[in-house]
Design a protein around this ligand. Structure first.
Ligand code: SF4
Length: 288
């Protein structure tokens, strides 16, 4: 059985940068270090950071001293302001592409437009974007929304091109003065395109990533849209031999928050399962 891994599977630029910053801060900071929410949607990386003394705290009000790392999704500007006011050190690991979207939201608001954000309302990046977009901003998530005649449109960075275009077509019927910022991140587009191409030449797709990772879930959704059987796993331990019966080629892809080492372990385990080797045999062969 052939195994092909998608070319851009795993950490994207922004996530890699945020994780590196977190480990670096753990090494260099004197006091306690926290991340505001898990640094990425990957429990294994979060656990590893915890072993290095970095704790994920959901609510900023519970952090009393030390350093707070802002994750790649960014946060509402009021949160950063309040952390600084309380004397905490802020390490901003917001992805530069997300910062670009935040600036676009502030610029559109500055033009006196109602800002429309295409994305998932509860996603932390969108919650943060809304802070820059102003009180009268609205979020478009497939369902119709009431908008003004003069609007500014941008999107959550991980929205697909198709969804963004569909949203723009809908707004075109309601508003006549529209300023558009394309804030979709290239890393997402490339990963999605390569995953769909790989799904087309595979009999089965295995999507690797945290269960809470929206972009990982999106990759699985796209594989299914191509019409391929798709399995989602967080780690190699969830793989089952039965999935690979009769499969000649398996494609492996991974969300932007999945470490390369996890992808490699999944590929190795698929090989072991499909060649009838046990995990222990595999480890012995690799001299571990
Ligand atoms: S997907 Fe794009 S915007 Fe999001 S963290 Fe990665 S590089 Fe940044």
């Amino acid at each position: 059985m052939k195994i092909e891994v998608a070319r851009n599977a795993g950490f994207c630029f922004g996530v890699k940068r945020a994780v590196q910053l977190a480990f670096e801060t753990a090494r260099t900071s004197g006091g306690p270090v926290h991340t505001l929410g898990p640094i990425i949607h990957n429990p294994q990386v979060v656990a590893e950071l915890e072993r290095h003394g970095v704790r994920a705290i959901a609510d900023a009000r519970h952090i009393r001293r030390g350093t707070v790392i802002i994750r790649s999704h960014g946060v509402h500007p009021d949160v950063i302001e309040s952390l600084r006011r309380r004397g905490l050190t802020v390490v901003d690991a917001t992805c530069p592409f997300v910062t670009k979207a935040q600036r676009a939201a502030a610029a559109l608001r500055g033009e006196g437009r109602q800002v429309v954000i295409v994305g998932e309302p509860r996603h932390p990046e969108v919650v943060a974007l809304k802070g820059y977009a102003g009180r009268d901003s609205v979020i478009f998530n497939h369902q119709p929304v009431r908008i003004k005649n003069r609007i500014g449109v941008l999107s959550q960075t991980t929205v697909s091109e198709d969804d963004f275009v569909r949203a723009l077509l809908a707004f075109g019927k309601q508003a006549s003065d529209i300023h558009i910022f394309n804030t979709i991140c290239n890393a997402t587009q490339i990963r999605q395109r390569q995953t769909m191409e790989l799904a087309q030449r595979s009999d089965l797709m295995v999507v690797v990533g945290g269960r809470d990772s929206a972009n990982t879930a999106r990759l699985a959704e796209l594989c299914k849209r191509v019409g391929q059987p798709t399995r989602s796993v967080e780690t190699e331990d969830e793989l089952r031999t039965a999935w690979f019966r009769g499969v000649r080629k398996v494609g492996v892809t991974a969300g932007a928050s999945t470490p390369a080492a996890t992808v490699q372990r999944v590929v190795r385990r698929i090989r072991e399962l499909t060649t009838g080797k046990t995990k222990a045999e595999g480890r012995r062969r690799r001299g571990q």
